[in-house]
Write a protein that binds this ligand. Structure first.
Ligand code: KG4
Ligand code: ZN
Length: 352
């Protein structure tokens, strides 16, 4: 079986063809980063229009690179939420049109399931596994028991980790997206020069918080005698990267204990989402997994940030699980938690 996967929920227009034998036949990503950069973040209306302009060419490129035609596809999957609804509509409508025209199943994929199941595409990781899902919009720990079966252990009560990277980078004057910029500048920096907090370290439960870190970076910048020098930027970036990494690892500890208690047969710690591309974080998580006696799996860097391959794969898993596709009147969902039963987290600006 081969499936076309379409991703348009944020600022990448992406399409890929993936086989049920875990082969990625193509993976085309058209980034809108340059379009949004002057605004310091993603502008939803501009994103939706840019997806509309790119989608046909991206799908055509994905098919051509895979060496297949529309007639060879067995199903077509699209990220149907959560995300910026204008963009989601573009991908979902394209997928529904192809499915209707060819008489093949349409699969509505949860974007977060795309991230969550990537480790099964790349490494064949068996269920259950513990997942740290950390992107621009989400920061959660989940027990993944099946393609449609998630138990959320913790979530952020304010900002996501990627958001913390992006917002602190903006304060320093670095371009969007901030995560890769901070990683690059941190390389020559001293993480100890500017002390930054590790929000919620040691607090009960598994939730995350990053807004205090933002405030601390603001104060650190205000205390400098002038605009930050290149050395200041390097040291501050190293401090931010260390603080976010330490916070994620500290909050993972109770989640690891909960996973061990709930699923003693579980053998894997998986990280996914855009922030999983950070090498400093990957190294820290690998060490923590080893200490806990778990194998650590992180997708290759291009499969951490948004892409069509993860949507095609999650589509295959959902199709196998349901035994059929989704109805063509499936309504895209701006909010679509992986664990619908999880209690609402407390705090301002809480993410699902
Ligand atoms: O998963 P993703 O591509 O989009 C969302 O679904 O949010 O994640 C994007 C986020 C951005 O906040 C970006 O700054 C962050 O991932 N990111 C990184 C790195 N690469 C991307 N954060 C830290 N280090 C990186 N190397
Ligand atoms: Zn994402």
């Amino acid at each position: 079986m081969i499936v076309l996967g379409i991703e348009t929920s944020c600022d990448e227009t992406a399409a890929a063809v993936v086989g049920d034998d875990r082969r990625i036949l193509s993976n085309v990503v058209a980034s809108q980063i340059a379009t949004h950069r002057p605004f310091g973040g993603v502008v939803p209306e501009i994103a939706a229009r840019a997806h509309l302009g790119q989608i046909d060419a991206v799908i055509r490129a994905a098919l051509a690179e895979a060496g297949v035609g529309v007639g060879d596809l067995d199903a077509v999957a699209a990220a149907a939420g959560p995300g910026l609804i204008g963009g989601v509509l573009v991908g979902v409508t394209a997928a529904k049109a192809i499915a209707a025209a060819r008489g093949i199943p349409f699969v509505a994929v949860n974007h977060l399931a795309g991230h969550a199941l990537t480790a099964r595409l790349t490494d064949g990781v068996p269920f259950p596994f513990l997942l740290l899902l950390t992107s621009g919009g989400h920061c959660q720990t989940l027990i993944v028991k099946g393609p449609e079966d998630y138990v959320r252990l913790g979530t952020t009560i304010d900002d996501a980790a990627g958001e913390a990277f992006d917002k602190t980078a903006k304060m320093i004057g670095l371009p969007y997206p901030g995560g890769p910029e901070i990683e690059r500048h941190a390389a020559g920096g001293d993480p100890r020069r500017f002390p930054l907090p590790r929000p919620m370290k040691g607090a009960p439960g598994c939730d995350f918080s990053f807004s205090g870190l933002k405030t601390a970076v603001r104060h650190t910048l205000d205390k400098l005698p002038g605009p930050p020098s290149p050395a200041d930027v390097a040291d501050l970036c190293a401090a931010i990267q260390a603080a976010i990494t330490d916070s994620l690892c500290a909050r993972l500890k109770p989640a690891l204990a909960a996973f061990r208690a709930a699923c003693p047969e579980g053998r894997h710690l998986v990280v996914a989402g855009g922030v999983a591309a950070n090498r400093h974080l990957r190294a820290a998580l690998a060490a923590q997994a080893e200490k806990s006696g778990l194998a650590f799996v992180a997708p290759p860097l291009p499969l951490c940030t948004d892409n069509g391959a993860m949507i095609a794969w999650a589509g295959l898993e959902r199709l196998r699980h349901l035994g059929h596709g989704d109805p063509l009147d499936f309504k895209p969902r701006p909010r679509w938690p992986l664990d619908g039963d999880a209690p609402k987290a407390r705090g301002a600006g809480v993410k699902a």
